[in-house]
Design a protein. Structure first.
Length: 107
């Protein structure tokens, strides 16, 4: 049996194995941006203005959503990030200490 859910729809649930698919192009939204979170796309003028004013940004919302998706895994977690800048994503998650180098595979 397989269960699929949206990133927002799995809050509070737990699963032995979790695969998180990150693809801003297919998401077609503007409230969240994994590319911005991982530094593969520059923040917008609105993001920078909101940071300056102490307001929430799409990057803040995406960081929380990423935590929700990753923290659903009880035993194993796989993250698939579709991006035009895989090296930037790789560098960012290593810099943040979220993953170890041997846990990342670029294809």
């Amino acid at each position: 049996e397989s269960r699929f859910g949206t990133h927002q729809g799995i809050k509070g649930l737990q699963f032995p194995r979790v695969m998180v698919i990150l693809d801003d192009d297919e998401a077609r939204g503007f409230m969240f941006s994994y590319d911005k979170l991982f530094g593969s796309v520059e923040p917008t003028a609105t993001d920078l203005k909101n940071v300056e004013e102490g307001k929430e940004t799409s990057i803040d919302r995406t960081r929380r959503l990423f935590y929700v998706t990753c923290s659903r895994a009880e035993e194993s977690l796989a993250i698939v990030a579709y991006t035009q800048e895989p090296q930037k994503v790789n560098d960012y998650v290593l810099k943040q200490g979220w993953f170890e180098k041997d846990e990342i595979i670029q294809i």
